[in-house]
Design a binder for this molecule. Structure first.
Ligand code: SF4
Length: 141
């Protein structure tokens, strides 16, 4: 992970293990931070935030955050908020499934082609939101 810049938008997935939803959230995050918007986004490990790491807490308090959770338990969104962070937009992989009824997205460890379609869909929405937040933040400087 590159170092965090002042205007970066943080994209933070939940740590959902054992479910395809968690894998989709993580893969969507990497697609945004590595491919779609590497110049304006970064990510951080949710576990650091949960254990109160000072640098991670400071990062979510000083940057706009987009969370990507696997399900409605919204662990990433809730933990960013509990750390005093600004959740500008919260996504849930399970919600995205509503647009793909009957899709077979894969397993906790591997996505099918349909799973990748859902992942790209989420990633594109996240990248659009990050662009909007970046533009807003540049406009107030
Ligand atoms: S949001 Fe859902 S999938 Fe993600 S860590 Fe929490 S319970 Fe697991």
């Amino acid at each position: 992970m590159r170092s965090l810049k002042e205007n970066d938008v943080l994209v933070i997935p939940c740590s959902g293990i054992g479910k395809v939803h968690g894998l989709i959230g993580r893969e969507a995050t990497y697609r945004v931070t590595d491919e779609l918007a590497p110049e304006r986004t970064a990510t951080l490990c949710l576990a650091l935030l949960v254990k109160g790491d000072a640098e991670a807490v400071q990062a979510v308090r000083s940057h706009s955050c987009i969370t990507i959770d696997g399900c409605a338990k919204a662990c990433a969104q809730k933990n960013v908020a509990m750390a005093g962070g600004r959740v500008s937009k919260a996504f849930q992989a399970a919600e995205a499934f509503r647009n793909y009824r009957g899709a077979k997205p894969g397993s906790a460890t591997a996505l099918t082609d349909e799973g990748w379609v859902i992942t790209r869909d989420i990633a594109e929405s996240v990248a659009c939101e990050a662009a909007r937040l970046s533009a807003e933040s540049e406009a107030v400087q």
